[in-house]
Design a protein around this ligand. Structure first.
Ligand SMILES: Nc1ncnc2c1ncn2[C@@H]1O[C@H](COP(=O)(O)OP(=O)(O)OP(=O)(O)O)[C@@H](O)[C@H]1O
Length: 569
């Protein structure tokens, strides 16, 4: 019930003495309040004048104000602490997300990753605020008040001592039930975030195929599941609050009954009886406060676990390249049984190949055969599940996720990402130092002159500006590659898939010179690229069917012959 992860946050243990000091101060002022109030009532009951009672009434008000003051100071202190801790945690988390790279977003889903980083950290902040003060209050205040009650009337203290562990056990039992429900609620929240973001991203495709309505229904169903999970958690939380309140009220009523009987029998004076009666509900109050906010802290607990799971994930870059790679005619890249199997059991298996110099390597295969997966591993965005890479005669690597490798290549994925910024910033993505003339030339080669002439290089595009068509986005990606002269490894994943065949052939003329003096990997469905390639890797359902030149494969490989027939349509 008390989360160890929270106490492991840096600096949390150090604030314990301050919070414990404030809890002790709170217990003292509660005691003062009870004693002054019972003293004042007893004196008035005994017929003493208002004037004589005034110091006690003043004492009560001073304690009352002091109690509010202690709460205010504690709240201010915890607000500052929780803000600082959550900001540090968010910074650490972002740092880790960038270190882990796109594999994390692919595994977790961008929606839930975003939800954890934004809403999750906010939940952790409230969690820190709620739990830290309430746990310490619950551990300190009842004990000090019990000591005072023992002194005032030890018989009443027996009822309270007996009731307290029962209340705790009760709370733990209901707490576990609420925890299970809250975990389900958190999981459905993450699912909803992923589902929503994915649908939003694919909204144009969904509309195009007339599927937007059925997806809207599917989002509705997912959000309904989330609503039901939330209601179920709240029901359990309400039940536990109600049960604890009932239990505390029953115990206080029992104490009151015994006190009343003892008063009638003359076994106790009015002053201690009143003081015990006032202190008894205060004795249970910290426990009730903890329980009433417990459900609100459960989301924070789940969010903190999610954040810690990411923070403790293996960074998976076990080996580093010492320097950035300067790919030359004499360079070699060896793939030895490189494999990536997704959780679905699909992927790419046992790719063994030796590539050298400025070879042009085509990766072909039917849809789903693993072309993008192999390219993603070569670009260092995806960690293989098995196999090795070797660059030149250097040591062997289990992945190419090293930053030095990534810095030496340009990658044009199937779906280009347009960053929120100007057209100029987007074009000069790989070469921020490029001049406007160079950018315009690259844009021209990629067939973007019309767009540049219409909107200009300084227009905002992407999320905060003008939306580009699929073809325009792909041309932006090509222009990026045209601009990056220093990166001489080029990975292209269907670079012209969004263009019609005439435009593609036109742009191909511009692309071909770009491929000179570069190591090129090109995943494609289009036949016309193949004769210009030095090596073709043929994939079939994740397995290599053949590696060789186009002519060689055409003469010897029956699967390749069949594939070429299909590509010709
Ligand atoms: N993130 C993922 N999680 C689970 N399975 C995946 C993932 N990405 C790809 N796959 C599966 O791995 C296999 C290879 O996919 P990949 O995208 O590499 O094929 P491809 O040849 O590039 O396809 P296409 O030509 O349609 O782009 C497919 O069966 C696909 O469903």
């Amino acid at each position: 019930m008390i989360d160890k992860a929270l106490f492991a946050l840096p600096g949390v243990r150090k604030v314990f003495p301050i919070l414990a000091g404030l809890a002790i101060l709170q217990a003292v002022v509660i005691l003062g309040q009870a004693l002054f109030l019972s003293g004042a009532i007893t004196q008035l009951w005994q017929g003493q004048g208002f004037k004589a009672t005034l110091p006690l009434i003043l004492g009560f008000f001073i304690c009352f104000l002091a109690r509010e003051g202690v709460s205010f100071i504690r709240q201010k202190f915890l607000d500052g602490l929780a803000y600082k801790l959550s900001m540090n945690l968010r910074e650490e988390l972002l740092d880790k997300i960038f270190k882990l790279g796109p594999t994390l977003a692919a595994d977790m889903g961008s929606g839930s990753l975003t939800a954890t980083t934004i809403a999750g950290i906010e939940q952790v902040e409230s969690y820190i605020k709620l739990v830290l003060s309430k746990v310490l209050n619950m551990m300190i205040v009842p004990v000090l008040l019990l000591v005072a009650i023992i002194v005032l009337d030890w018989e009443s203290s027996i009822v309270l001592v007996v009731a307290f562990p029962f209340a705790i056990i009760f709370m733990i039992l209901l707490g576990y039930a609420a925890q299970g429900r809250a975990s389900r609620q958190y999981r459905s929240y993450m699912l909803l975030s992923n589902h929503f973001l994915d649908s939003l991203r694919g909204i144009s495709t969904l509309k195009y195929f007339g599927l937007s309505k059925s997806y809207a229904n599917s989002i509705y169903r997912t959000s309904e599941r989330f609503r039901k999970a939330t209601m179920s958690t709240l029901r359990m939380a309400m039940l536990s609050t109600f049960a604890l309140d009932f239990f505390a009220t029953l115990s206080v009523a029992t104490v009151a009954l015994f006190l009343g009987l003892k008063l009638m029998d003359g076994h106790i004076l009015l002053f201690p009886a009143l003081a015990v009666l006032i202190l008894a509900p205060e004795y249970f109050l910290p426990l009730r406060e903890f329980a009433s906010d417990y459900h609100a802290t459960l989301n924070g607990k789940n969010a903190l676990k999610s954040v810690n799971d990411i923070l403790s994930a293996d960074e998976q870059v076990q080996e580093n390249l010492e320097n950035s790679v300067q790919w030359m005619q004499s360079s070699t890249l060896t793939l030895q049984n490189v494999t990536k199997i997704y959780e679905t059991g699909r992927g790419v298996q046992d790719v063994t190949a030796e590539i050298s110099g400025f070879q042009k390597v085509a990766i072909v295969g039917a849809s789903g055969s693993g072309k993008s997966t192999l390219l993603s591993m070569l670009s260092g965005f995806l960690m293989p599940t098995a196999g090795e890479f070797q660059i030149n005669v250097d040591k062997k690597f289990s992945s190419l996720t090293d930053e030095n490798w990534r810095k030496s290549l340009s990658f044009i994925p199937q779906n280009t990402y347009i960053f929120a910024g100007t057209l100029r910033e987007n074009l000069a993505f790989y070469a921020p130092e490029a001049t406007d003339d160079e950018i315009l030339q690259a844009a021209d080669l990629a067939g973007l002159s019309e767009l540049v002439n219409t909107i200009g290089l300084s227009s905002k595009i992407g999320a905060s500006g003008r939306t580009l068509s699929g073809g325009q986005m792909q041309r932006v990606a090509l222009a990026r590659a045209f601009l990056s002269n220093t990166r001489n490894i080029l990975l292209l994943d269907e670079p012209t898939a969004h263009l019609d065949i005439e435009t593609e052939l036109e742009i191909k003329e511009n692309i071909l010179p770009l491929l000179e003096n570069k190591l090129v990997f090109l995943a494609t469905h289009r036949l016309h690229w193949l004769p210009q390639m030095d090596v073709v890797i043929v994939l079939n359902e994740g397995k290599v069917e053949g590696i060789g030149s186009h002519e060689q494969l055409l003469a010897e490989n029956s699967y390749y012959q069949q594939l070429i027939k299909e590509m010709r349509g």
